[in-house]
Design a protein around this ligand. Structure first.
Ligand SMILES: NC(=O)c1ccc[n+]([C@@H]2O[C@H](COP(=O)([O-])OP(=O)(O)OC[C@H]3O[C@@H](n4cnc5c(N)ncnc54)[C@H](OP(=O)(O)O)[C@@H]3O)[C@@H](O)[C@H]2O)c1
Length: 339
């Protein structure tokens, strides 16, 4: 069996560490692993399941002999170093927003459009975390019923902003509870005991970049530019796992039972839906798990052909590291990683 030389750019980060863990736990066939980060981290070690790598500085020369390069060091680093990695012969699986909307870069969620990964020119993009968590349960409705319009609200964990996001919430909990002032850094306002209706910067249309990623990336992955989408992305004081409330206008009437059947048949979805027993997914229960969990499925009382659902996924795993490793696994299964 082929074994690959693998590099992780951003190996010390929240996503990068999970990437290494996913590669090791899922037994991706590696013959070597190179951990890359900023020069501040040179000499540190990253490890998972007995596999250890010394961190090296990310440079354009980091990719000689590398077969698969996972990028998770922010869009600026992907723009600076991603093309060099691809030119060195590595397949780049990029977690940032740098290349997602480029027409010749496939944007891949393996449960939804795995084959798209085969048609690349050296770079494959991993979608935005909220987009991945949305499209996994959405795909069967788009493909088997037809979706006209979506209204989405996200409830996004602080680890969506990496290690610094996690630390900011941790550090604010005690002072805010004690009534002391805190100075927000990573978030625009105090995140402890609060919710912030802003993820990323505002655009001229007064949506945020995160909200427009959900709109544009969802259409690209599903190959359907006619779905109308409006999203509000909200940061919540949850450490890990994003939740989303999704309202769909469908092409025809779908009952709750039919919607549940569609969801139960969807790859990567687990339905947890029993209102009588208060069974529905929450981020605390979903953190650390692989699938997207769905509950609160119901017929929308405000329109003829509407269905509402609630979905939760671990955004560091399915929303980032796991999805990226699944892309590599798919390429391996198709013998599509150069040797
Ligand atoms: N967090 C999520 O839920 C999530 C989900 C999907 C996608 N993403 C994307 O994944 C990427 C990483 O996110 P994260 O949450 O893991 O962030 P993070 O915890 O802040 O980690 C950032 C990583 O990038 C490295 N880095 C920063 N500046 C660098 C430089 N100048 N040269 C080389 N390496 C540098 C850091 O290395 P040092 O430790 O040396 O600084 C660290 O390894 C981002 O593009 C983000 O948008 C994140």
């Amino acid at each position: 069996m082929s074994k690959y030389s693998v590099a992780i750019a951003g190996a010390t980060g929240a996503v990068g560490q999970e990437m290494l863990r996913m590669l090791v736990e899922r037994e991706f066939p590696m013959k070597s692993i190179r951990a890359l980060a900023s020069k501040n981290s040179v000499g540190k070690k990253v490890s998972s399941g007995g596999i250890e790598a010394k961190v090296e500085e990310l440079t354009k020369d980091s990719f000689k002999g590398v077969d698969v390069a996972f990028f998770s060091a922010g869009a600026d680093r992907s723009i600076e170093f991603g093309p060099a990695a691809a030119e060195s012969g590595a397949i780049v699986i990029d977690n940032s927003s740098a290349f997602r909307m480029e027409p010749d870069v496939p944007l891949v969620v393996p449960e939804v459009n795995a084959e798209a990964a085969l048609d690349h020119r050296g770079i494959i993009a991993n979608p935005n975390c909220s987009t991945i968590i949305l499209v996994v349960p959405l795909a069967p409705f788009v493909r088997k019923v037809g979706v006209k319009r979506l209204v989405i609200t996200t409830y996004q964990a602080v680890s969506g902003q990496g290690q610094q996001g996690i630390e900011e919430l941790e550090k604010q909990i005690d002072p805010v509870r004690e009534g002391k002032d805190v100075t927000p850094k990573k978030f625009t306002k105090t995140i402890a005991f609060n919710v912030i209706p802003q993820c990323d910067k505002f655009l001229p249309n007064l949506y945020t970049k995160e909200e427009m990623k959900l709109v544009n990336e969802t259409r690209k992955i599903l190959g359907n530019n006619s779905i109308r989408i409006s999203a509000t992305c909200v940061r919540v004081p949850v450490f890990r796992a994003h939740s989303e409330s999704v309202n769909m206008e469908l092409e025809r009437k779908v009952t709750r039972d039919e919607a549940l059947a569609l969801l139960r048949g969807a790859a990567g979805v687990v339905v947890e839906d029993d209102p009588e027993r208060s069974i529905y997914p929450t981020p605390l229960e979903v953190a650390g798990k692989f699938p997207v969990f769905v509950g609160r499925v119901r017929e929308d009382i405000s329109q003829e052909n509407g269905i509402d659902f609630w979905c939760v996924g671990d955004q560091l795993l399915k929303g980032a590291a796991l999805n990226a490793v699944q892309i590599a696994e798919y390429l391996h299964s198709k013998n599509a990683i150069k040797k």
